[in-house]
Design a protein around this ligand. Structure first.
Ligand code: ATP
Length: 335
C-alpha cells in the first residue's frame, strides 16, 4: 500500500537543510495497524506530514498504492489519504456533524452538498467513533479529546484506503484511548485499510499494533511485530532508561524498583500478586523464591487478611495491604 524508497525527510531552510531522517526504505502493509514510536523530537510528525504531502520530502520516493505521491492531484489525494494531524483546527460556527461532513468533500460537488448516501456515511462514522452525543455541538466548544474524536470521524467519513494519524490518542482519557486504538485496529482488519499512526502510548501500541516502527536518532527506523522487537532486544534497548525495564514475561514495560529489603511470600492468585506489587513498590523485593526468615502468607481470595510471620514472635494478622505496608518496616531487616 505504502512503499518508501530511500526517503529523506526534514526541513529545507534558506541557507541550510535540516535532515531529520534519511535512507528510509520500507513498506506499510494494508490490513494492518502500524504504530510509530519514538522520543520527543525524533521526527514522527515530520514523517507523517511528509507522507501526507503536507510538507515536501528532501529526497527519495513515496509510493502510495503503486503511484508516487507527487503524481497525485489534490482531489485524488483526498480520496486516497485521510489525515489527522495534531494541529488544532480553528473552526467556528460549525457543528461537529458539519465538520465530519467535510470529510465527504472529495466526493461532493462544488457546494459541498451532501446527498443521502454522504449523510449515511457521516452518521456511520459518528457511530463508529461513538460520538453521537457530540454531533450537534459546535466544534469550538469541544474539549481537546472530544475534538480529536471528531477529527477521527471526519477521516473515516473520507473513506480513504490509507489513514495517517499523528498522536490520535494524545488528549484522550484511558478508556477512549483503548476504544480508538481498537476501532482503528478493527478497521484495518475489516476494511483492509492501511492505518499508520504515531503515539506515545507505548503499552497500548505494544498490545494492539500489528507492526511497530521504532524511530531513533542512532539506529533510524526499526520495524517488526511487537513480539519480534521484544525477542530481538530492540524494545529494551530502545527504551533503556534508568528506572524503566522491559518485562519479557508480560511483554510490557514496568518501573524498576530499588529494593532495600527482601521478603518471602506464600500464597497465590490475585492476593499474592497484589501483595507482591505493593511490597515491591515500597522497596521490598517480594516473591515466593526469595529467601528470608520473615515471610508473609498472602492467602488467596477464599481467606481473609494477611499474616506476617516473624521467627520467635506471635503471628501478626492484618486485614488490608495498607496495614501490611505499615507493619512491614518494623519486622523486616534492611538488606
Ligand atoms: N518547521 C520546522 N523547521 C525546522 N525544524 C523543525 C520544524 N518542525 C520541527 N522541526 C524539528 O524537526 C525535528 C523533528 O520534529 P517532529 O515534530 O517531527 O518530532 P516528533 O517525533 O513528532 O516529536 P514529538 O514526539 O515531540 O511530537 C525536531 O528536532 C524539531 O525541532
Amino acid at each position: 500500500m505504502v512503499r518508501l524508497v530511500n526517503l529523506s525527510i526534514g526541513y529545507r531552510g534558506k541557507s541550510d537543510t535540516k535532515v531529520v531522517a534519511q535512507g528510509i526504505c520500507t513498506e506499510i502493509n494494508g490490513g494492518e495497524l502500524t504504530c510509530l514510536l519514538g522520543a520527543n523530537g525524533v521526527g514522527k510528525s515530520t514523517l507523517l506530514r511528509t507522507l501526507s504531502a503536507f510538507q515536501p520530502k528532501l529526497g527519495g520516493e513515496i509510493f502510495i498504492m503503486g503511484r508516487e505521491l507527487g503524481t497525485y492531484s489534490d482531489k485524488e489525494l483526498s480520496k486516497t489519504i485521510g489525515v489527522v494531524l495534531t494541529e488544532k483546527c480553528d473552526v467556528r460556527n460549525m457543528s461537529a456533524r458539519e465538520l465530519i461532513g467535510m470529510g465527504r468533500s472529495p466526493y461532493t460537488g462544488f457546494w459541498g452538498t451532501l446527498d443521502k448516501e454522504d449523510s449515511r456515511i457521516v452518521e456511520e462514522s459518528i457511530a463508529l467513533v461513538k460520538i453521537e452525543n457530540l454531533a450537534s455541538r459546535m466544534v469550538h466548544t469541544l474539549s481537546d479529546g472530544e475534538r480529536q474524536k471528531v477529527m477521527i470521524a471526519k477521516a473515516l467519513a473520507q473513506q480513504t484506503p490509507v489513514i495517517f494519524l499523528d498522536e490520535p490518542t494524545a488528549f484522550l482519557d484511558f478508556p477512549s484511548k483503548v476504544e480508538i486504538m481498537q476501532l482503528l485496529h478493527q478497521l484495518t482488519r475489516e476494511t483492509g485499510k492501511t492505518i499508520f499512526l504515531s503515539t506515545h502510548d507505548l503499552e497500548l501500541a505494544l498490545q494492539i499494533a500489528d507492526k511497530i516502527w521504532l524511530m531513533d536518532k542512532q539506529h533510524g527506523i526499526t520495524i517488526g511485530t511487537p513480539e519480534d522487537l521484544a525477542l530481538e532486544g530492540h524494545l529494551s534497548s530502545f527504551f533503556a532508561r534508568k528506572g524503566i525495564v522491559f518485562d519479557m514475561e508480560t511483554g510490557l514495560f514496568r518501573i524498576e524498583n530499588q529494593y532495600t529489603s527482601r521478603v518471602r511470600l506464600q500464597g497465590h492468585g490475585q492476593k499474592y500478586a497484589m501483595v507482591r506489587k505493593a511490597l515491591q513498590r515500597n522497596g521490598m523485593l517480594a516473591n515466593r523464591n526469595v529467601e528470608s526468615e520473615v515471610y508473609v502468607e498472602t492467602g488467596d481470595l477464599t481467606t481473609s487478611g494477611f499474616r506476617i510471620n516473624v521467627p520467635g514472635k506471635p503471628v501478626i494478622e492484618v486485614q488490608t495491604i495498607e496495614e501490611l505496608l505499615s507493619a512491614m518496616p518494623a519486622v523486616l531487616p534492611e538488606g
